[in-house]
Design a protein around this ligand. Structure first.
Ligand code: DUC
Ligand code: ZN
Ligand code: ZN
Length: 473
């Protein structure tokens, strides 16, 4: 039996801030209290430090094939970067293969199991719907999967028609799943992309200009009304526009069981970043919007309209023809340069799984936009609750997994690609000044990050069988 005491830290949970010791026995938090007897425990002094539950990222894409390439981070490198940024659980999306949902899930498990360094779970994309798929969805529960993602965009690839979304919602309701929705207007996007390319408008800004914000507003409202009609909960992923926040507020006020997530980049960047010569670095879907949208999203977070903050981590190299060094080896993976002459060929997605907590601490908490307790709620507790992981994950409480971050609130850091541990050649927050950063990170009681030292290893992350019928918050 291994005992560790994290001593005299300031604990921050979603609801409280207090000074206490934490006793960890093996992989669990055993006790929390003042001056716990030390006995034969290993003592870690956390005086002057903050102690928080490990982050839960509800939205990542690792090892995802896209546009003749694959994401730069896989389940090893992505998890490692997450850990250095204080995140100890990540929920990834399983693409639906044509064979079966079980086949698709098994494939993703095979990729992830051997590489995982933090705990992980899966959402299942439902991008093709028929009677066979309908019959198979309930069996996902046996595989530990309790959430389904549907799309109103990506015509002829991922999109479902409203009637099929409605049917998925009803199956979800009957079986205790939560449905996640990617909200954009696929029809409008298709028209605008074709027109832009025909007119020779090929630069990254056209990625944003061909995916108008109103499409996201419309799809969010439509999805919430479908959820209301199916009497099923729905969770809008990667909210990026002010209008979506307004729709979410309105529908929640009507008692519709709808929840929302935004992702870190939508709080800081605008479509002007896509006008830069290196604008491809900011190309993801949905795209960056305006400063007004940034502000409204912050209001959504601080005002309790939006429940969850993820990353939509889906990293690519900016220049995949130029190798970088990763763990002593040179690595180059084709990336954003694939769309140098055509914005529609730029792989969609951004690095960010490791950035989320440090960036939100300095530019959210220290900037006075959210409280430390909201920080924990949005980045850990709420995603754990929404996705059926609470109280195993997302809190500091006896019986919970000992996923713990000891946070140095005073350390000053110039952030960027060399500090973030993603396996890519750029970082969106290059040269941003940070105050406060994770110092030690524990995964189920195992110290996996100690300052700059990586102590985790591939395969130690466990697949999380999640509970259905998670609460609406
Ligand atoms: N958006 C991206 O930019 N990448 C992956 C999936 C998504 O929804
Ligand atoms: Zn999406
Ligand atoms: Zn995504």
């Amino acid at each position: 039996m291994k005992k560790t005491i994290i001593k005299s830290g300031t604990l921050i949970t979603a609801s409280d801030t207090f000074s206490a010791d934490i006793l960890i026995i093996d992989e669990k938090i055993a006790m929390i209290g003042k001056d716990l007897p030390e006995g034969d425990a290993e003592i870690i002094n956390a005086q002057g430090k903050l102690v928080m539950p490990g982050g839960v990222d509800p939205h990542t894409h690792f090892d995802l094939p896209m546009f003749d390439t694959v994401t730069a981070d896989d389940h090893y490198t992505g998890h490692k970067a997450a850990a250095f940024g204080g995140t100890t659980t990540a929920l990834d999306f399983v693409p639906q293969e044509s064979n079966s949902l079980r086949y698709s899930t098994d494939l993703w498990r095979q990729k992830a199991n051997v590489k995982a360094t933090i705990d992980f779970g899966f959402h299942m994309n439902i991008s093709h719907y028929d009677d066979e798929v309908a019959d198979e969805i309930p069996s996902l529960l046996e595989m530990g999967i309790t959430s389904l993602k549907v799309f109103t965009a990506y015509n002829d690839r991922l999109r479902l028609q409203d009637g099929d979304i409605f049917k998925v919602l009803r199956i979800a309701r009957a079986n205790g799943f939560l449905t996640l929705l990617h909200a954009e207007n696929g029809d409008v996007i298709e028209v605008l992309v074709n027109e832009a390319l025909a007119a020779g408008n090929t630069t990254p800004i056209y990625h944003a200009l061909t995916r108008p914000a109103w499409g996201a507003v419309d799809a969010t409202l439509r999805a919430a009304t479908l959820a209301a009609q199916a009497e099923a909960p729905i969770y809008i992923v990667h909210m990026n526009t002010a209008g979506e926040v307004d729709q979410l507020k309105y529908m929640r006020e009507q008692g519709v069981p709808v929840m929302g997530e935004t992702c870190t980049p939508y709080l800081f960047f605008t479509e002007d970043h896509l006008r830069r010569p290196d604008g491809a670095k900011w190309v993801c879907s949905p795209p960056m919007r305006t400063e007004r949208d940034n502000r409204r999203l912050w209001e959504g977070l601080s005002g309790g309209i939006i429940q969850s903050l993820g990353t939509d981590h889906c990293s690519f190299f900016f220049n995949g023809s130029q190798p970088i060094e990763y763990e002593g080896k040179l690595v180059a993976i084709p990336g954003k340069e694939l769309g140098a002459d055509d914005f529609s060929k730029i792989p969609n997605g951004l690095p960010g799984v490791g950035d989320r907590l440090p960036i939100m601490w300095t530019y959210g908490v220290r900037a006075g936009r959210i409280t430390p307790n909201q920080f924990v709620a949005l980045t850990s507790t709420n995603p754990a609750k929404i996705f059926g992981l609470y109280p195993r994950k997302g809190t500091l409480t006896p019986g919970s997994d000992a996923d713990i971050v000891i946070w140095d609130p005073d350390v000053k850091i110039k952030y960027g690609v060399s500090k973030a541990k993603h396996r890519t050649d750029y970082n969106l927050y290059e040269n941003w000044e940070l105050v406060g950063f994770p110092e030690k990170v524990f995964l189920r009681g195992h110290l996996i990050v100690d300052g700059e030292k990586w102590m985790g290893n591939a395969g130690m992350g466990k697949f999380l069988h999640r509970n259905p019928n998670a609460p609406l918050i």
